[in-house]
Structure formats: structure tokens, C-alpha cells
Design a protein around this ligand. Sequence first.
Ligand SMILES: Cc1ncc(COP(=O)(O)O)c(C=O)c1O
Length: 409
Amino acid sequence: MKNVVQSERRVFQPGATIRGAVPRVYLDHNATTPIAPAVADRMMVALRDEFGNPSSVHHFGQRAKSALDEARSAVAALIGSDASEVIFTSGGTESDNFALRGAAEALEVTGRRHLIASSIEHEAVLNTLKALARRGWKTTLLPVDTSGIVSPAALEAALTDETAVVSVMHANNEIGTIQPIAELARLAKARGALFHTDAVQSSGKIPVDVRALGVDMLSLSAHKFYGPKGVGALWSRRGLRLVPFATGGKQERSRRAGTENVVGIVGMGAAAQLAAAKMNEEAARLAQLRDRLEDGIVRVVPGTAINGARSPRVANTTNISFDRVEAESLLIALDLQGFAVSTGSACSSGTLEPSHVLKAMGFPPHRTQNSIRFSLGAANTEADIDRVIAVLPGVVEKLRSLTRAPVRA
Ligand SMILES: Cc1ncc(COP(=O)(O)O)c(C=O)c1O
């Protein structure tokens, strides 16, 4: 029991120091965020007191049901929708799968068997498209330009009368670029296709309004905005038919069977409320920290370049290439110094895969394999940023001394 209490305190303070150990700075908020203390408090109430099955008619069931309703309204308010259009899921991955597979299956009978997505989507979309391609669906991946943006002209050229669904993410997880969703959705719908956007990295960070975006489906995930992991939502426009994954009970208006994850959903609702209240102020604070970080790194480390810098971006994200430095080595060296960052490249079976996002942006290997993502969040301060700027020149210099090629300007 004591261990649980101790570890709980550390979860709430990602920057906290364990006595005698390296002070830790968490700069990987796009991977996941710590649960906000107020969210955890609200979840504890649900865990203890709202244990009833929301489908039960008695007092205990109805208490859990009203906790679900409250959370559904909070998530709906975050994205400008009606509560009845929000379907709770197990996270962003399930929401993306549900949108694409559910819509594809519903539209199969109409003869529309073509799907379009951008080439910089998360694997939750890309691998779902691949799976549907193996089942006979035609798929098209849209290119992006060097600033990481999908051009409306490219979508227009790819659309056909057979296109069933177009999926383009709102904000990219690796570089933070924001796509012109409203314009892309308008083009798709003019050709009779449905439009889905993965808003996992934008919701809670920038205003998201499903009506203004003009989309049909939108994915969210709680753990990207200080809520718990393993819970998310798919917003689906009223009247839209999606074929559900699982057969079973009539939960979520028969769109997702299975007893609801009440504690997780309550946490998502509390996190949505917090995000809506703090969004503008926090985005302005994080933009200042992000600019301080970028200016500092470019100033003190030669051979660096900011990826996607010229595009509209979410305030907390920056992706930086370090010439002649393997990203994985830099990540490990920074971790040893107490800084948690991330690389867009996936290390699979001992070989370093270049980032598919930077590759799609047309960058050469020395940039796709040498990039680090810093994603800032609630606990970060100017002092954290200044410390990472102070540490980086030495770390990079040391790594570069191990290779012989000259640094590119
Ligand atoms: C853009 C994007 N989509 C989907 C996901 C998957 O969300 P989840 O971890 O909730 O399954 C992520 C998570 O990294 C993401 O960044």
C-alpha cells in the first residue's frame, strides 16, 4: 500500500527528483501526459463511489450513469458537439479504427471502395488502411510538402466517385503541424465522401469545433490531455451509420457494446473540462517556452534545423534535426542527463527506421534519422528549458566526435 501512495505522488510531479538521483525533466507530452491531480481526485470518487453498472436501473447504476452523462457533456463541450454524438472508446487507436472500418463497412454496399489518408498519419490510421487494402479496398496516401502540409489540390486530384472516406489528422504527433481540415473536408464532401480527422494531438491544445471543421468523424484520446490512458472517444455526426466492431449489449446507443469504463470516462470528462478552461493561457505559455527552446538550441548547437517551422503548429511541439547525430543516441544521452525526449524514428529489430513523417516531407536521410521531438507540457518551466539548452552543446559535441563527417551548416 505504501508503494502505491509513493508512486502516485511521483506520477503527479513528472519533474520531481528522487533523492540522490538525476533531476528529471519530462519533455515527451505528445507520447503521453501525466494525469492532472484534479482528474485523479475525480477518478478516485468514481472508483470508490460510482461503481454501479450504468445499465442498471437502481440507484447505484443511475449514479454511475449520471457520472457518464457528465463526462460525455464535458467532452462534447470541448469539441463543440452534442453529447449524444460522443462514443467512448478505449483510446485514439480504437477511435481511428472504428471510424475507418465502421464507415468503410457501412459504405461497402454503395460500391464506394476507395479510402484516402495523408502519408503522415499515425500508425493507427496507416495500418488500418493497409489492413483494409488486404481486404480489397483501394487506398491512396496523399503527399505532403516540405512544410508538412497536405495540399487541397492533392486531395482534389485523388478523390474519385468511388471514394468512401478521407482521413487527415488535425495536428501531427511528430512535428505538430496543423492541417487545413475545413478546406479538405469541404472538398471530400463535395465528392460525396465522408471525412474523418484524428484530433488526438490537437484536442485540448487548440480549439477544436466539429461544426466549424465540417468533418463527419473525429478521434480523441484522454491521455494526451492529462487524462487517463486506455480511454478515448469517437465523435460521429448524428445520423451517420458506422458498423460497430463488437456485438453485444446496447451501450453507447448500440454503437459500442460492453460495460463502460466508468472510471476512465469520468477521468476523460474531468480532463476535458480542465483543458477547455486552461487552453488559451496554457497555449500562450507553451508557445513562449517552445520559442525559447528553439532559439536557444539553434543559437548554441551548430548544424541544427527545425522541421515544419514555417507551418501552423500546436504550441507545445518542436522537432529538431541535429546534423551528424543519430537520434537514438541523442535520446539516450539526454535521458542520462535527466531529460525525457522522443525520436520520430522507430527502432525495429536493431535497425533505425527513418521517421515516415520527415521522409514524406522529402527530407534526406541525414535529417530523417537525426531528429528529436521535444513536446512540452504543464509541468515545464523556463528553468527546464534553460537546463536542456545548457546541456545540449556538450552532449552533441561528444556524439559528433564519434563520427568523422563534417557538420552541415
Ligand atoms: C495522432 C495520434 N493518433 C492516435 C494515437 C493513438 O492513441 P492511443 O494511444 O490513445 O491509442 C496517437 C498516440 O500517440 C497519436 O499521436
